[in-house]
Design a protein around this ligand. Sequence first.
Ligand SMILES: [Zn+2]
Length: 217
Amino acid sequence: MDIKIISPTPYDSNVYLINEKVLIDVGMSHEKVISSLKRYTDIKNIDLIILTHAHYDHTGSVPEILKYCSAKVGMFKDEEEYLNDPELSAANAFGRAPLKINADILYSENDEIYVGADKDGKGNYLKVIHTPGHTKGCMCLYEKNEKILFTGDTIFSEGGIGRSDFENSISEVMSDSIGKLLKLDVEKIYPGHGAPTLNNAKKSIEMSYRMSCLMNR
Ligand SMILES: [Zn+2]
């Protein structure tokens, strides 16, 4: 799987370009995101934008990117209600006007999302793992052959965990969600913020799990 990482500013989410045609999260500083994308691909070839959750720092660039391509927008079904909500998407908190967009695809647990083929022509699929906690409909995305996990704001590298004190958080299930990730065979973590973990990600997930259990005691 070909993965390009764009980190527009410290406030934006990471933006992942997969196989030159699929995005996982898009950040909110659209000018920076679009100029970075142009270095890696012809934006008109992007056909799918997957949102790990509805927070504006992950979604804000969608309308501007859609001026360059006709990508479908996909997210977990339980998260759609927050997409354009000024408070629950945190658009207000970032001082931005809320989005006015539609999700074209609503995912469910265990859906397999086709994300194109890499340079060797091998097709890649991402499995939807519902991980409520940070928000109700947060999801992680798992590629089993390369043991890669995109974690959104559920967990970060080196044992980090996402906030679960938002109005639409469900803090009491955060450790259950991270426990679900522990059952996967993961070598690499690509989180919503901060650096990826490129070796032995299992250890990082275990640290996140222990941290979430401590916080929920
Ligand atoms: Zn978030």
